[in-house]
Each structure stands twice: as structure tokens, then as C-alpha cells.
Design a protein around this ligand. Structure first.
Ligand code: ADP
Ligand code: MG
Length: 345
């Protein structure tokens, strides 16, 4: 089955006077794994439900391949969906839940059974076909929901925070499994999460949403290293947004006239590890905290701004001896200093 590209063209949706989607445009390539990442309330679910057909856009268009699906009924869209809360039928067994989309499509019983068993094997639930879903663990239920979403070989898969109810270890295992399932089936996938790490690990591209708008669409690495807005920079990790005047080049020259972003983990305390082409930030150590894999230092720059400096434990032999109040310098390679156009420090 060929997967299809998705086009989201200027889609808006308001609830009363509240704008949940504000002129959103996004092209997803055939076979791509794209994640919508944003804080709670940013419009992720609304956009996914518009694609699924459960929310009608006020304006704009949705295309699956060349086909305009904006006004098509949900069950005609050829889209598999996995919800956060599984949405399984509690009184049916596993097999009946998975076969349900095929029953809706009037697939003959024997064929439906065969295909449901194959889908269960794909999500590693062979052997549980006759089990009642009420007797399954959270992780097993989410696998049943996955099997049900792929059983009719949809052209597109939508997943709305499918792992958020699972504990951390299981969530990490499932991240890799969902990504592998996507790669095996080569199915165009839009995945929703508010978890930055999950988005970085799983995605071909990430669209960062805030207040009903897409702030940036890019590869995980570019989203992390080259955020185009202050919001993206801070949402994606321990970002220091530094005013131009506080940062000097190692040779003493002015670093930039723009607002700069330097991630906490880009710093070194040893200038030799940075080389000639780097920047230096000078200030007073305000606080330090040991976090297991690293130390987190809070440095108050001479201008008063506080900067977070994260030193991996393996390189931090000196950190234990540092005392609050002492003067120190943190260095970062120029390649890790990113200007954010138009941002105000
Ligand atoms: P997310 O999935 O990113 O958390 P949602 O798309 O669910 O965000 O919601 C975006 C905004 O739209 C939220 O402020 C939410 O309260 C509002 N909203 C969503 N659905 C409805 C609805 N049916 N009625 C009124 N407001 C809604
Ligand atoms: Mg949501």
C-alpha cells in the first residue's frame, strides 16, 4: 500500500472567540514521521482531529495526496488513529477490538480474523487474541490500539500522545517500537506529544506549536541547535538567552549584536577545550547542584543576567571544589552560539 503526503493549507479553527488553530500550514511527505510538539493547549489535538475529521476547520484545506478531505466523513479518510486513552471496547476481546475497523468496512469474517492476527503479531501480542482487554496492562492496551489502527492498512496514521499514560521505561521501549513499526510499514505518520525528548528521538521532522500556530518546522537537530524563536529555544531545553553585550569572543572582541542562545551543555570551564574560535562569559558563581550525570552551575554575569552552565560529571573533576561567590569564566565554541533573529533578551 502506497503511503500519501498530507497538505495542511491555512487551517484555522476557533472555539467562540478563542483561536485554537491560527492559519496553520504544513506539508508532510509520503512516509514521513512528523511530530507536533507543543505545550498543553497549543492546538495539537485540534489539528489532529481536523485531519481525522472530528473537528471541522473554519477555513483552510486538508489534502491527502491530491484528494481534498476537508469535508469528508471520518470513516472515508483512510486514516488510522491512536488516542491517548486507548478508546478500546472493554467488553470485547483483543481480537474483536483489532478486527473492528474491518467489520465496519464489511470485510469477510475469515479474512478479518487473519488480518487482525497479523496486526497483533506486528505489535508483538500474538497469543493474546482471545484475552479480554480489561485484563491487559496499560502497555498491552496501547499495543492493541496500535494493531487496531494499522489493521486496515491506512495511508496515514495519527497518534495523539499515545504513550503519556505509561511509565517511563515502558514509554521509552514503545517509542522505539512505534518508530520501527512506522519504518516497516512506511506509513505517513503524524505524532503528537508535549515531551521534547520523545519528539527528538522519534521524528524525521518536528513542528513546534504554540498558541495555535506553528513556530518552526525542522529536523530534530535543527530544532534543538538552531531554534528560530525564543519560545522554541526555551521549550526545547536548558537554553540561555543572552544579551549581545555579555558575550565576548575569546580574543576579547564583541561576539555579536544579536541576541544569542547558548545551551547549558555547550559550556566548558577549560578554555583549551573550546579553542580560538569561542566565546567567554564572565561572572560570579551563584549556585551549583550535582545531578548525577552532570553538574548544573548558575553563573551571574557582570550585567546581572543569570546563565545556566551544565558540565558532564566526567569532565567536572573541579566542580566539587567550586564555591558560591567565586569569580569564574565559562567558555563555549562559536559553533554552539546561535543568534536568534529579532529576539529580545
Ligand atoms: P493540545 O492538544 O495542544 O493540548 P487542544 O488542541 O486540545 O490543545 O486545545 C487547544 C485549545 O482549544 C485549548 O485552549 C482548549 O481549551 C481549546 N479547546 C479545544 N477543544 C475545545 C472545545 N471543544 N471547546 C472549547 N475549547 C476547546
Ligand atoms: Mg492534546
Amino acid at each position: 500500500m502506497k503511503s500519501l503526503p498530507i497538505t495542511i493549507d491555512s487551517v484555522s479553527r476557533a472555539y467562540g472567540s478563542y483561536v485554537a488553530l491560527d492559519d496553520v500550514s504544513l506539508d508532510i511527505q509520503a512516509g514521513e514521521f512528523l511530530t507536533l510538539l507543543g505545550p498543553s493547549g497549543s492546538g495539537k489535538t485540534t489539528l489532529l482531529m481536523a485531519l481525522a475529521g472530528f473537528v471541522r476547520p473554519d477555513s483552510g484545506k486538508l489534502l491527502l495526496g491530491d484528494r481534498d478531505i476537508t469535508r469528508l466523513a471520518p470513516n472515508k479518510r483512510d486514516i488510522g488513529i491512536v488516542f491517548q486513552n486507548y478508546a478500546l471496547f472493554p467488553y470485547m476481546n483483543v481480537l474483536a477490538n483489532v478486527a473492528y475497523p474491518l467489520a465496519l468496512r464489511k470485510t469477510p469474517r475469515a479474512e478479518a480474523r487473519q488480518r487482525a492476527l497479523a496486526a497483533l503479531a506486528r505489535v508483538k501480542l500474538d497469543g493474546l487474541a482471545e484475552r479480554n482487554v480489561a485484563a491487559l496492562s496499560g502497555g498491552q492496551r496501547q499495543r492493541v490500539a496500535l494493531a487496531r489502527a494499522i489493521v486496515f492498512e491506512p495511508r496515514v496514521m495519527l497518534m495523539d500522545e499515545p504513550l503519556s499514560a505509561l511509565d517511563k521505561n515502558l514509554r521509552e521501549t514503545m517509542q522505539y517500537e512505534i518508530r520501527r513499526l512506522h519504518d516497516d510499514l512506511a506509513i505517513t505518520t503524524i505524532y503528537v506529544t508535549h515531551d521534547q525528548r520523545e519528539a527528538l528521538i522519534m521524528s524525521d521532522r518536528i513542528a513546534v506549536m504554540n498558541s495555535g500556530r506553528i513556530q518552526q518546522i525542522d529536523t530534530p537537530q535543527r530544532i534543538y541547535d538552531r531554534p528560530s524563536t525564543r519560545f522554541v529555544a526555551e521549550f526545547m531545553g536548558e537554553a540561555n538567552i543572552v544579551a549581545p553585550g555579555s558575550v565576548r569572543r575569546i580574543d576579547g572582541a564583541e561576539a555579536s549584536r544579536e541576541t544569542l542562545m547558548i545551551r547549558a551543555e555547550s559550556f566548558h570551564l577549560d578554555a583549551k577545550l573550546v579553542g580560538e574560535d569561542g566565546v567567554a562569559l564572565e561572572g560570579i558563581l551563584r549556585a551549583k547542584a550535582f545531578r548525577g550525570e552532570n553538574w548544573l552551575l548558575t553563573l551571574a554575569l557582570d550585567g546581572g543576567q543569570e546563565v545556566l552552565v551544565c558540565i558532564p560529571a566526567a569532565l567536572a573533576s573541579g566542580c566539587a571544589k567550586l564555591a558560591a561567590g567565586q569569580r569564574m569564566t565559562a567558555y563555549a565554541p562559536a559553533a554552539k552560539v546561535h543568534a536568534i533573529p529579532g529576539a529580545m533578551a
